[in-house]
Structure formats: C-alpha cells, structure tokens
Design a protein around this ligand. Structure first.
Ligand code: UD1
Length: 422
C-alpha cells in the first residue's frame, strides 16, 4: 500500500457566522484522521493524513459572540488566537493580515479553508494569495466555503469580501445553484468550482435535536407547559427578530422606520430580539428605548409569567447557537437582516421575512420560506402579515443534506493526491 503522507490544513474563523460553517469541516477532518489511523476500508481510498490547525482571528471576542459557539458546536480551542478585535474595516482587515502573515510564514500550511464573507475571510485569503514560502513562490491552496453568493450590492462590505475572496481562491465550494452561475459569469474556471451544499446546514441538522433540549422557551416565558391565552401545545406564537446590518441600524431614520414597521407585529405577537452589540449601541445612541422591553439577563421573564404582545419588542442578550436554534425552530415567523438565518429558516420550514432589498441567497426565496420585504414600513408590515396568515410551504434546497463537509474533504484529499503524484 502507498505510504501515508501528511498535509497541513488551516481553518480560519473570526466572527460569529463563521463558527457554524467551520465546525462540520473540523469534525470531518477529525473523522478522516481517525479512519486513516484505524486503517478502515473507507479510509484506504485516501493516502493523506491531515494535520489541522485552527486559527481564530478574534474579530468577534465577547463570550456571547464567540466562546459560547465553541462549546455549543464542540469546536476545539483554537491553536492560534490572533486577538485582533474591532476597528474600522481598513484597520481590522489590516491587523488580521499583519498578524496572520506571521503565522502563515511560520507554519507553512498546504491548504487553508476560509468560510463566509466577513473581514477575516478576505484578510486571510489575501495574505495567502501573495505569500511565497520559497524561491519557487510556493503558497497554500485557498479553499473558500460558501463561494459564489452575490447580492449585486457593492455597498455591502460582505459583497466586496465575497467577490475578492472568490477571485483569489483555488477551490470554490458552492452552497446553491446561483453560486455556480455567478462564478462562471465572472470567468472562474469550472475545475475550481464544486457544488457541495451548505456546511451551516450540516451544523443545523447535527445539532437540531440537542437544541430542542434548550430551556430558552421557558426562560423567556414562551412555553408554559399548558395552553394559555393564545398558546398552542404550551408554546406561545411568537416572532423572532435579528437586526445588525450597518445599512439598517447605523442611520437613525432607517432604524426608526424599521422599528415603526414592526409595531403591528409587536402588537399581535411577542417579538424576541437577541440584540447584536452594534445594534444595542445604536438603540442607546438614538434614544430608541421606547420600542423595547429591556433585558435583565436572558432569564428576565422567568418569574414574570408568559410573554405577552404589548407593542414593545423584548430585548435579550445575544444567544448561543443552541438557544437561538431552539427559538428559531419554534417561531411563528422570523424577521431578520442576516444572511445565514434566511438559509436556516428555509431548512427548518419556518416563515422568514428579510428586511433587505436584496439577497445573495436567492434559493431561499425561490424554493424556501423566505420573503424579501425591503425596508419600508409598508413592506415589512405586509410581509409579516403574509407569512403569519398564509400557509408557508417550501422545500429544502439540493445538497443541504448534512453531508457538505464530507464532500469538501473528499475534494481536498483528491487535490492533495493529485498534486503529490505530479
Ligand atoms: C460582522 C460581519 C457580518 C456578520 C456579523 C455577524 C464583516 C464586514 N461583517 O459584522 O458580515 O453578519 O459579523 O455578527 O466582517 N462588537 C462587540 N463584541 C464583539 C464583536 C463586535 O461588542 O465580540 C461590536 C464592536 O463595537 C464592533 C461592532 O460590534 O465595532 C461591529 O463588529 P464587527 O466585527 O466590525 O462587525 P459586525 O457588525 O459584527
């Protein structure tokens, strides 16, 4: 039998939405190595063992935005923490680049995996694209997970990050068909593109059962154990809200407009809002406290009886993965400006209202449960009404089946083997 070679792989994470996308890849690498060690028939298809190094840039650093996700998703402690923190786009990106370059030169991985579209994704991809390990100009292969998504809105920082990362990547792992078309239209060679499905959905499917054991519904007074005033099966019909996109929350009139657009929903349903630190700051800065019931810790409602619709939105601290997944799964409607939540609600079959004019994830509208509401008051009201009154039906997109990380690893191993045999 062929001797087993070792290849070094970096996985990069930095911000909250990276963790659930990277977790299945890390788990698949561990499984691959175990199989190789055990010499199973399955592993004999491959002759590469993988040395994995997990890098956290530190773009997100609060316990609630980072640490909690590591424990919820069983992600091992990072091997390297760059401790970058917040800053302007330029300062944050530059700081990640400077600190990451040192690690790359020292460790010389054969391949690095970047996920999603945050500043850390682009910063690390850019460093790797220009590094030279030796006089021949060797550098790591760059694998981009969630390649090809496009909102066609260059004012979104993530759109710039996505386009640039895709154009320096060597392996592009695509979640939905639109990604294939977008990359081909941009002239990216077919052999680099792999339609593998969605690793964030791998995480969702893997942790859905565990999330059901979360006590969050009881803590928030949404599940009372018996059916009382409007409650079905003991669970109140409620809405779940997330808003953090700079274009929605950084301008006073824009945020005011959205909050007024949500008043009708808050009059008819309890609206639970795990608030991002950025949005929390803006609410205080603009004096918008009147729209909210303030959080007193996430179990503020524990002693205050069932949650009620009172026209005001219930603020809670940012939640961990399992608590949030539990809330999402049982919501009557989810209102959001997040990218990932549009996909998660589609997979769960939960109605979603997206408070944006565009989406880089069109499959969630085409076959899933998502409606693009825009950001006008009338648009938000109308979309919420529609999602609450009509029966929402959708289907789960192709290859969102819990096996995406496995497909990615298969491509990566084949790539190593191809290169070693050249
Ligand atoms: C980043 C991503 C965005 C993603 C979002 C999820 C970019 C360009 N944006 O946006 O795509 O949807 O994460 O959360 O990468 N802050 C804290 N604690 C933290 C992290 C941030 O208080 O742990 C505060 C800081 O005031 C910081 C602000 O939030 O300035 C924004 O953080 P930043 O990482 O710049 O971007 P996000 O808005 O979180």
């Amino acid at each position: 039998m062929e001797a087993i070679k070792t290849a070094k792989i970096f996985t990069i994470v930095g911000a909250r939405p990276n963790f659930m996308k990277a977790a299945p890849i890390i788990a698949a690498i561990r499984k691959h190595n175990k199989l190789i060690q055990g010499q199973s028939a399955e592993a004999r298809r491959f002759s590469v063992t993988l040395e994995h190094v997990l890098i956290h840039t530190g773009q997100h650093y609060d316990a609630a935005m980072s640490d909690q996700f590591f424990s919820d998703l069983n992600i091992p402690k990072p091997d390297v923490h760059l401790g970058v923190g917040s800053g302007s786009h330029a300062a944050q990106t530059a700081e990640v680049m400077k600190r990451f370059e040192e690690v790359l030169v020292r460790e010389k991985p054969d391949l690095m995996v970047v996920v999603g579209d945050v500043n850390s994704t682009l910063a690390c991809a850019l460093v790797a694209a220009k590094i030279s390990y030796d006089v021949k100009g060797s550098r790591p292969l760059i694998a981009h997970v969630e390649a090809g998504l496009r909102s066609f809105d260059r004012e979104m920082p993530e759109e710039v990050n996505r386009i640039l990362t895709d154009h320096v990547a060597d392996l592009l792992f695509v979640t939905e068909e639109s990604g294939l078309h977008n990359l081909r239209k941009e002239g990216i060679a077919d052999e680099k593109i792999h339609f593998v499905g969605n690793t964030m959905i791998d995480s969702l499917l893997a942790f859905k059962g565990k999330a059901d054991g979360s006590p969050i519904l009881e803590k928030l007074g949404l599940r009372t154990g018996d059916a009382v005033s409007g409650a079905t099966n003991g669970t109140t019909r409620y809405a779940l809200l997330t808003l953090h996109r700079p274009s929605n929350v950084d301008q006073q009139d824009r945020l005011l407009n959205i909050l007024e657009g949500l008043e009708e929903l808050a009059n008819s349903h309890p609206v639970i809002f795990p608030v991002h630190p950025r949005t929390q700051k803006r609410i205080a800065e603009f004096g918008f406290e009147r729209f909210f019931v303030a959080p007193n810790g996430s179990d503020a409602r524990q002693d205050s009886g069932p949650a009620r619709a009172n026209g005001r939105i219930q603020l809670v601290e940012p939640l961990g993965y399992l608590d949030f997944l539990c809330l999402m799964r049982h919501a009557a409607v989810v209102v959001t400006d997040s990218g990932g939540i549009q996909e998660e609600t589609t997979c769960l079959g939960v109605p979603c209202v997206t408070v944006r004019d565009n989406t880089e994830r069109p499959i969630t509208v085409k076959v899933g449960t998502n409606i693009l509401a825009g950001t006008s008051q009338a648009g938000i009201r109308q979309a919420a009404r529609q999602q609450l009154t009509s029966k929402v039906t959708g289907r789960v997109p192709e290859r969102w089946d819990g096996r995406s990380a496995e497909r990615i690893l298969e491509v990566i191993c084949r790539e190593f083997e191809k290169r070693q045999s050249l």
